[in-house]
Design a protein around this ligand. Structure first.
Ligand code: GLV
Ligand code: MN
Ligand code: MN
Length: 416
């Protein structure tokens, strides 16, 4: 279905900003790497801040490093409508995961400015700090701070070089002792709506450019550490080995099987380290990550319990010690009727089918559910690819998403 001729945003401007932002942290192979509190993330925020100023927004940065651009409403002290996304990325990621929501929101507010639109409520675009969790295996730092749930223990999480979040903040000139100041007061936020690429294949399979998100699957992130015994690969008989990698391989096989059994859960081992790592040494120690998700928390937790049970048995059989640690665990987050209805109405006005779908990926809104009604608008992803340099959404589809966001914001902010 195509949009009728009611498009208002500047499609060329949005596309050229997306292209410019995509150059920051881009490797020769085309992948984008912008880890949190690095030069690349700050450069991306600086560029977005310049666009915010062009859009006539009042720009500030909070103590978590969240970049915020504000457009005032007509009613003094009215609760604010939040929109935006993130500009950090995974390692070797794509051009659209995060930037579309941040730049689509700036575009929507710039369009309001250029059209002389007034709203009752103020609207703020936020580029949240570290949504991805790629650096510290712990993410959504800026949105947790906004919700008032980021704790000193969270700030102790370390990256692979042993640098904690608190240290990384200090190195960026931020004071972790002031993190409490970032929390928004209860009642001060009217709603949060985020534009994002789908990162899956549903919209493409339905031949739809946009969709309205009904809820966000809950991720549990864990680290498994298996300790066996390093030994000589030539002299240690197979029946006397305590091979940590062979045990890990069996556990990973069970993870795949248990997640697949449900038909809805997804389980991924994306990081694996082994030591000592010699061609002629039986691996003595292995650690790997697990990312496990489902839109139904009970189903996810049941899969997790089965994996734990199987892993314990498999390791015991091989005389390998097993330790597991939970890195982060979020419940699934339903999207509010308020934001879904506004987004559906926006789709209908523009001639798009208001198709509802769940998000498999995690998003900052998950942390804001206690603070305000949340919701999201998705844009079709080519081949469903994301967290990959080939991630792509067409200019037309990005434009469609930004148009839907613009109208959703008008509705939520109360166009007068
Ligand atoms: C973020 O993209 C996540 O879902 O892990
Ligand atoms: Mn994202
Ligand atoms: Mn992502």
């Amino acid at each position: 279905m195509r949009a009728s001729s009611t498009g208002e945003i500047d499609a060329d401007r949005l596309w050229s900003r997306l292209s410019e932002l995509a150059e920051i942290g881009k490797s020769e192979g085309g992948g984008v790497t912008r880890l949190s509190f690095t030069e690349e993330e700050w450069a991306a925020k600086d560029l977005v801040a310049s666009y915010m100023r062009e859009a006539g927004l009042a720009v500030r940065e909070d103590a978590a490093g969240n970049l915020i651009g504000r457009r005032e409403g007509r009613v003094e002290d009215a609760p604010v409508v939040l929109t935006g996304s993130h500009v950090d990325s995974v390692r070797n990621g794509g051009d659209f995961d995060g930037p579309l929501g941040a730049l689509g929101a700036v575009e929507a507010l710039q369009t309001m400015d250029e059209r002389g639109v007034e709203t009752e409520r103020p609207v703020e675009v936020v580029a949240f700090t570290d949504e991805e969790g790629a650096r510290f295996s712990f993410g959504m730092i800026g949105s947790r701070a906004t919700a008032g749930t980021l704790t000193p223990e969270h700030l102790a999480n370390e990256d692979e070089n042993g640098v904690s979040i608190a240290e990384a903040m200090r190195a960026s000139g931020l004071d972790p002792g002031r993190i409490d100041e970032v929390a928004r007061a209860p009642g001060s936020v009217y709603a949060y709506v985020e534009l994002h690429i789908e990162q899956g294949r549903i919209l493409e399979s339905k031949n739809l450019p946009v969709g309205v998100v009904t809820g966000i699957a809950g991720p549990a992130w864990l680290r498994f550490t298996l300790a066996g015994e390093a030994a000589h690969a030539g002299t240690t008989p197979m029946n006397l080995r305590r091979d940590a990698l062979a045990a890990a391989a069996e556990v990973i096989g069970r993870i795949e099987r248990e997640a697949a059994r449900t038909g809805t859960s997804v389980g991924t081992v994306g990081q694996l380290d082994l030591s000592p790592g010699g061609i002629n040494i039986v691996p003595g120690q292995v650690s790997f990550s697990l990312d496990l998700r489902d839109i139904d928390e009970d189903v996810r937790d049941d899969v997790e319990a089965r994996i734990m049970h199987e892993a314990a048995l498999l390791c015991e059989k091989r005389d390998v010690e097993l330790e597991t640690k939970t890195l982060q665990r979020l419940p699934p987050a339903p999207c509010s009727a308020l934001v879904q209805d506004a987004a559906r109405e926006a789709c209908e006005t523009l001639g798009f089918e208001p198709f509802g779908l769940a998000s498999g990926a995690g998003h900052d809104g998950m942390h804001l559910t206690e603070l305000c009604p949340i919701g999201m608008i998705f844009v079709r992803s080519k081949d469903g690819l994301s967290h990959n340099p080939a991630e792509y959404s067409s200019k037309d589809d990005c434009t469609a998403g930004a148009e839907v966001l613009y109208r959703t914001l008008l509705k939520l902010a109360g166009e007068t």
